[in-house]
Write a protein of this length. Sequence first.
Length: 442
Amino acid sequence: MNSRKVLLIIALVVLGIALAAGLALYYKDTDAPMVALTPASGPIGPTAPFTVTADDPGSGLRSLSVVVTQQGKAATPVQLSYATPEARAEATFTLEQHGFKEGPLTIQVRAADASIRGFGQGNVRTETYQLTLDTRAPVISVLSMAHNVNRGGAGLVAYSLNEDAKESGVAVGERLFPGYRQPSGVYLCLFAFPWDMAIADFKPQIRATDLAGNTRVSGFIFHPIDRWKFKNDVLTLPQSFLDAKMPEFETMVPEAADQLDRFVKVNTEIREANAKEFYELRTTTSPVPLWSGAFLRMPNTAPRAGFADARTYLFEGKDVSHSVHLGLDLASTVADEVPAAADGKVTKAGYVGIYGNVVVLDHGLGLMTLYAHLSSIGVEEGQMVFRGNPIGRTGATGLAGGDHLHFGTMVSGLPVQPIEWWDAHWIKDNIADKLALAKATK
């Protein structure tokens, strides 16, 4: 066999192998890329971000594009191609720069892979989505008038919106106290004037974001009052207290060098973790009020410590730790019966670090009461209780130096002054009259 025939045979073999490989590749990757758009339906604002993704684990992606059309106008916010095929691609875009008007529009997502199907065009996936562009922020109408708010205390505002909201409430600094839509259609929002915020910095505003992501902020009439003067206390830590109480926290802080070191960690790290745990309870609240009228103060008790008292702890004359007491300490006889301050649902019943055995009642609209250091708990989570019902007995569990009740109130997870909620006159002027605006009284 001469060399020319050998070369011809080799060429035919190579061609056959290439053709077989091409046919294998052609029939191997027959699936078009998968694409997704988020959000894929509903109203959307001009500044709200879209995310488009495409996946092709076979031959990989060759291109990805997004075309938006509305009444003959078109824009291409995403146009990507890949010299080296990619298994996955993702892009974000908004409609803000493209001049679309309010109303329906179409978004078409197209992705092609790098297979040789379709005469080299690859497998192609095209998905079409119908959405509505909403460029108008919600209209906020404030229904309640006077809002007198004490520093460390709470307030209530009633308002209405002209459309459904993704989120609304009262913004105070970086906090948003959520509003809750009542069956009447009116929104109610309990908000707080943080105890650690200066009068000049307290500038509450109603903020509402609609389903399309458009946001409007509205002011309302309010009057801040610096009613309470919070104390600064200096407390001496005797070794006897550390020896008696710190063993309760050995499993929580096993790495402590000694009982003083354990106290410092408990008073800072565990206290902070407990505050976060109480803050998370805000999501369990009832959207409608469960209580009415003034709260019940535990009878026959004497006050021992006030709300927002700043504490400095000394050990052998040295400053070793600091905290803020965010409740009221009420002393009575040992293991005295603790009544529920108002109608509510038990949202927490168990042991919580420095607070020992606790019960937390949800009264709706983000309002909760805390009963801490209990020697025993008489209710279960999920149980409904009524004003005056016994929920446990006083004790000294947790970081308590003696038998007493630590009573606290919280608004959307932020501790507030409990004294207000015992005051029937304050309740009528600042809470009950506004609840009536929304027809939300019990």
